[in-house]
Ligand binder design. Structure first.
Ligand code: ACO
Length: 358
């Protein structure tokens, strides 16, 4: 048995490939570096879905997505009181759970739009603020950013946010995508598969790490403190958030793409210099204290800095990751439904056996 299904191949996919030794991510035949920062979120989604999601537009996605955002907001508005008192990601889970597993609601565009609206709606309500209605004429990235902050982004901010959404759109058979495929393999329906995937993503070992990355930077406070703080944390048995990966044995290529994107935003140079210093100290400490592992920076370290630079509250980090990855989950669900069998592995029984009667 391989604990954690390490290195087990459990699906064939045309969607994305993660090369953990080379630090390379390929999405539908393109290197990540040629996609993130170049394609819009809509273009990257169309590329990902092409020929895999038969019930989706093959060219222009922005307009149908915009109209679907407006419909999603109407659906979620009556649920506002139900989401009070929940964290943003819990509220998002509740909102997406309201999508029925029927033919109409299974429409991929409706679900992708709903994820964007739910992320913003849930973030606002969790902060005691009024949700902002979508503007169907805007791009998905621009509108979601505006709905979260109640302030439209300038061109640089929208580009940075879009770079992030594209950079995390799909990533092989990670824990949440595997979850989506398991649920899809039972024919439960698209919304159910996506809600299940969100539940898997929300944990701090997967998509819940960027908020804690900023908590770590806050706790370290100054560069002079970094080495001692990090060594103490590792010695206490804690994991450094934003470092390590199940597949990458070198630096996660998404970390570089996001670092470049955040560096293009105005007024971030001091924060980036501090983060780079902490990153270098963390890599050194991990090399010294975890010499049997090859641990490097993962996507979440610079995700945290980028989302912080965009004034997105920490509580929204996992919902924002979810809205981007929903495009990938939808493609995996349709791919699984088309090609896959029921996913049903075996367990090895190591419990006690009934005592034989004498
Ligand atoms: N800090 C300190 N030690 C670590 C770290 C880390 N970030 N990552 C791995 N290790 C060490 C630990 O000793 C661990 O052993 P333990 O289980 O006895 O504590 C051992 O390495 C495990 O190494 P791997 O087999 O390489 O890691 P695994 O595949 O089990 O875990 C994971 C990968 C969950 C991402 C891990 O590196 C981690 O917890 N990182 C911090 C959280 C994080 O940044 N998550 C975001 C990942 S990216 C994403 O999902 C979008």
């Amino acid at each position: 048995m391989r604990s954690g299904l390490d290195n087990v191949v459990a699906a064939e996919t045309v969607l994305s490939h993660v090369d953990g030794e080379a630090g390379r991510l390929i999405i539908r035949g393109s290197d990540l570096e040629d996609l993130a920062g170049h394609a819009t979120f809509e273009e990257a989604t169309v590329l990902l879905w092409d020929g895999v999601v038969p019930d989706a537009p093959t060219a222009e996605l922005a307009a149908p997505l915009g109209h679907a955002r407006a419909r999603a907001f109407d659906r979620f508005r009556p649920l506002k009181n139900e989401t009070r008192g929940l964290s943003a990601v819990e509220a998002m889970r509740l909102l997406l759970s309201s999508m029925p597993d029927g033919k109409r609601a299974e429409e991929p565009v409706a679900l992708l739009a709903a994820a964007g609206v739910a992320a913003a709606f849930a973030t606002r309500v969790s902060q005691g603020l009024e949700p902002i209605a979508p503007n169907p004429a805007m791009s998905h990235a621009a509108d979601v950013l505006r709905m979260i902050r109640d302030k439209a982004g300038d061109a640089e901010e929208v580009r940075a946010f879009e770079t992030y959404l594209v950079a995390v759109i799909d990533h092989g058979l990670n824990a949440s995508t595997f979850t989506a495929r398991v649920v899809a393999s039972t024919a439960a329906g698209l919304p159910s598969a996506v809600v299940a995937a969100l539940c898997a993503l929300k944990g701090p070992l997967h998509g819940g790490a960027p908020g804690p990355v900023l908590d770590m930077l806050d706790a370290i406070g100054t560069l002079g403190n970094a080495r001692a703080w990090l060594i103490d944390a590792i010695k206490r048995g804690e994991r450094l958030m934003g470092f390590g990966h199940r597949v990458y044995r070198v630096r996660d290529p998404r970390a570089n793409v996001l670092k470049v994107a955040v560096a293009k935003l105005k007024g971030r140079s001091n924060r980036i210099a501090f983060a780079e210093g902490v990153e270098a100290a963390a890599l050194e400490a991990l090399k010294e204290l975890k010499s049997d592992r090859r641990l490097d920076t993962n996507v979440e370290f610079y995700t945290a800095l980028l989302l912080e630079a965009l004034d997105i509250p920490r509580a929204a980090f996992t919902p924002v990751f979810t809205l981007a990855r929903t495009a990938g989950w939808i493609a995996h669900v349709r791919e699984q439904e088309a090609n896959g069998r029921l996913i049903r592995p075996q367990s090895r029984y190591v419990g006690s056996w009934p005592v034989q009667a004498a």
